[in-house]
Design a protein around this ligand. Structure first.
Ligand SMILES: Nc1ncnc2c1ncn2[C@@H]1O[C@H](COP(=O)(O)OP(=O)(O)OP(=O)(O)O)[C@@H](O)[C@H]1O
Ligand SMILES: [Mg+2]
Length: 258
């Protein structure tokens, strides 16, 4: 019954997934990657998002990470980025073999999936909260279970580069700009980004965009200040590496001072 429903659903959207079925130019998108990312429940979520018009076709992969794959997709309102979080990873699978089948501890797979879904909600809400408060982040458009649809940063040919992949003309100016963004995240959005680095900043149409907010926490999280200081430290290290005289104490004060 479940299999049949799944087969019907899959055949309905198969032609909209050509970019992830190994028919594209990306050799790493083979059957294994497809199975890793698009398990039955993920396909079901994608199917629903397609029915609702949030996604039309998934075209090609942008990036693969430990926790998520990001794809370029098209929707009725234009291009979007679709971040699909893995519902299982190697560590979890390793632990599972010792628990699965033991009747005393059932439903673990489902609980793990629920945890991933909460993480996706967290990224969605963090992005919305930052954006509402003026921080330059992609607009988070929609989520469903482990799938997040957001504004795409790039053009037809590919995504915009990450900060770590470009040489910046005026590092001092960018340093000050990013410090202002960190200040806005902390003071206006009331959050600590908590993974601020040149991996998680994209340079799009001449501006720095902050991405990857799943781990961001509210100010009264017990580790919020620790994360904030780490974010500012990383930014200062980036600046120093690029020849800017960045002072950590001064920078931290600028971010937290009202
Ligand atoms: N909105 C977007 N538009 C275009 N490309 C994006 C967008 N969001 C992310 N990317 C690309 O995908 C890569 C991975 O995205 P992101 O940092 O959000 O996930 P991640 O690092 O895999 O997550 P995690 O930290 O959980 O491992 C980015 O480095 C960037 O190149
Ligand atoms: Mg990242």
């Amino acid at each position: 019954m479940k299999e049949k429903k799944y087969a019907t659903m899959f055949s309905a959207i198969e032609h909209k997934l050509t970019g992830v079925l190994g028919q594209g130019q990306y050799d790493w998108v083979d059957r294994r990657v497809f199975d890793q990312v698009f398990d039955q429940s993920t396909l079901m979520s994608v199917f629903k998002l397609m029915q609702q018009g949030h996604i039309d076709t998934i075209e090609w992969p942008i990036a693969r990470g430990k926790e998520a794959h990001v794809f370029f997709a098209k929707s009725q309102s234009g291009p979007v980025a679709v971040k699909i979080f893995h519902t299982s990873n190697a560590v979890f699978k390793g632990l599972m073999q010792y628990i699965e089948g033991d009747p005393r501890f059932g439903g673990l797979r489902r609980r793990h999936r629920e945890l991933v879904n909460v993480w996706v909600q967290k990224e969605h809400r963090n992005l919305m909260r930052m954006r509402k408060n003026g921080v330059r982040v992609p607009e988070s458009l929609m989520t469903r279970n482990n799938v997040l649809v957001m504004e795409y940063l790039g053009d037809e040919n590919g995504p915009s580069p990450r900060l770590r992949d470009v040489t910046v003309d005026d590092p001092e100016k960018l340093f000050k700009e990013l410090l202002r963004q960190l200040r806005m995240i902390w003071q206006d959005a009331g959050l600590a980004h908590a993974d601020f680095s040149d991996y998680n900043i994209m340079i799009h149409q001449g501006e720095a965009w902050i991405i990857d907010a799943g781990q961001s926490v509210v100010q009264n999280h017990p580790k919020a200040k620790e994360f904030l200081v780490r974010d500012v430290t990383r930014l200062c290290q980036w600046a120093q590496k690029n020849g800017v005289e960045a002072d950590l104490a001064e920078a931290t004060l600028f971010v937290i001072e009202e």
